[in-house]
Design a protein around this ligand. Structure first.
Ligand SMILES: NC(=O)c1ccc[n+]([C@@H]2O[C@H](COP(=O)([O-])OP(=O)(O)OC[C@H]3O[C@@H](n4cnc5c(N)ncnc54)[C@H](O)[C@@H]3O)[C@@H](O)[C@H]2O)c1
Length: 457
């Protein structure tokens, strides 16, 4: 299977190399989807499968559907169709929000509307993602499952010769992230981490300002991340019957067995340490990824990490930090703090100025930074203005993406390091080359987690 996928990958590169080499050229494809994708020769069409089509997975799938040279041929979710947490999102197709059947309908309706005949059937829906990975006619997968599945699915896909778009936080543990990065390197996979700020013009410009010394020497990076946005069920919560639309065993996968409760699973998995790292990893990866970019440390990490007053629940279904507060120090002296606060801001302080960002707004001192031009002979960072498009272009060119696996792994790692220091309520010393703590066996034991049953990386 791997050989067949690899042959198709080489074919794609050979047949599209010229067009991709000149990315600014408009694609010649007329705008009418499988009418449109139908008019793109198969040799230039990237076939994709979407693994996990809940809230963000459906967004990702729609973003790939909008690419004229992508054909989404398969979707997968352990949920058939669910409207149980619609209050989080706008109501979608036919009264059901998420799951494999709504996703299949979205794909087929999209191609039907854009095609000439107004009809389209050709998207398969699976419960088990291994069936997508086993298909040698699929070039790439988009993984938007809960975090505890990312590493297994990404490594399986990579090993089978597929390119991978995988959501942040990349992993559940630092050990998983390292294994993902090693596998991607070994198999020469094109990999995009879902940290989309790497494809934002604003964040790139801010990082270029810092990297070119416009605020002097960077001294301090501060980010705030939003608090938990869902109330934990009462501590005497009772197990619920597993709904018939959910394959719960396959939702749990490598995580320890636990009785079903709706707040364990969809969306709120974020607040369970068996499935995620809480807002530390959920929101922290976005903010810390930009700090890593600005600091020029994207492929390494800090040397010290410290709890600064985190708070954790004493019991109940939600087990992640209720108040995040940790600090870190890099070998270059830069200090980082990450803390729970409403809003979600970050600030970079240098010896000669500062930059503060909140959503799409940013302020700075001196104010003239806003209109500064980065000279031709100065540092220019990787340029991408569309994270999904960038992934597809790189599949064709076999070049590095805006957020390759090592970068995604290192940003996620800092959040994991923060969680470990906060869970142990102490300061720890970290060797970013060996990716081990130098002063705590207990902390090193938290670098990986056992997996349930026969699940392995
Ligand atoms: N980049 C971003 O801005 C961004 C935003 C939101 C979420 N995310 C990330 O996306 C991921 C999913 O988050 P969400 O909010 O969409 O959660 P969600 O619960 O809405 O969606 C996850 C989906 O994966 C499905 N799933 C679980 N196990 C599966 C399996 N074995 N195979 C196939 N599908 C499976 C679930 O049934 C669910 O439909 C998380 O890692 C999250 O951090 C990224």
């Amino acid at each position: 299977m791997r050989n067949r996928t690899m042959k198709r990958r080489t074919f794609l590169k050979q047949t599209t190399g010229a067009a991709v080499g000149a990315l600014s050229l408009p694609l010649f494809i007329p705008s009418s989807a499988l009418g449109r994708a139908g008019s793109v020769p198969p040799s230039e069409r990237i076939t994709m499968g979407s693994i996990g089509v809940g809230g963000m997975g459906t967004n990702n799938m729609r973003a790939f559907l909008a690419q004229p040279d992508v054909q989404v041929v398969a979707v997968c979710d352990v949920v058939e169709a669910n409207d149980a947490y619609g209050h989080w999102y706008k109501k979608g197709w036919n009264g059901a929000w998420f799951g494999r059947e709504p996703a299949r309908k979205i794909v087929e309706n999209d191609y039907a509307q854009k095609g000439r005949s107004g009809q389209y059937k050709g998207c398969d829906a699976y419960v088990d993602f291994r069936e997508i990975i086993a298909r040698d006619d699929i070039d790439a997968v988009c993984i938007t499952t809960p975090d505890h599945w990312h590493a297994i699915a990404a490594i399986m896909a990579t090993t089978a010769g597929k390119d991978v778009y995988c959501e942040k936080p990349l992993s559940l543990t630092i050990g998983e992230g390292r294994a993902m990065a090693d596998a991607v390197k070994r198999y020469n996979t094109v990999f995009q981490t879902g940290t989309q700020r790497r494809s934002s013009e604003q964040f790139r410009f801010i990082c270029e300002l810092v990297r070119n010394g416009r605020i002097g020497k960077l001294r301090r990076a501060t980010c705030t991340i939003g608090p938990n946005n869902k109330e934990a069920p009462p501590s005497d919560w009772k197990p619920m019957p597993v709904p018939e639309w959910l394959d719960y065993d396959m939702w749990l996968g490598p995580a320890p067995w636990a009785p079903y409760h709706k707040d364990r699973c969809l969306y709120t998995f974020r607040f369970g340490l068996d499935y995620s790292g809480g807002q530390t990893t959920n929101l922290g990866t976005h903010a810390i990824d930009v700090i890593q970019w600005a600091n020029g440390t994207s492929e390494t990490g800090p040397v010290e990490i410290e709890d600064l007053g985190s708070e954790w629940p004493s019991d109940g279904l939600f087990t992640t930090a209720t108040k995040v507060h940790f600090g870190a120090r890099y070998a270059n002296g830069v200090e980082l703090t990450c803390e729970t606060a409403k809003g979600g801001t970050w600030r970079l302080d240098g010896t000669d100025g500062w930059i503060e960002a909140h959503g799409n707004e940013w302020t700075c001192s001196p104010e003239s930074l806003k209109t500064t031009v980065i000279g031709a002979d100065e540092i220019h960072l990787y340029k991408s203005n569309d994270h999904h498009r960038n992934f597809i272009d790189c599949i064709k060119s076999r070049e590095r993406t805006a957020a390759p696996v090592e970068i995604g792994h290192r940003s996620t790692s800092i959040c994991h390091l923060g969680n470990i220091a906060m869970r142990l309520h102490r300061k720890l010393h970290w060797d970013p080359v060996a990716e081990r703590f130098t002063d705590s066996r207990e902390a090193n034991q938290l670098l990986s987690k056992p997996m349930r049953g026969s699940w392995r990386l």
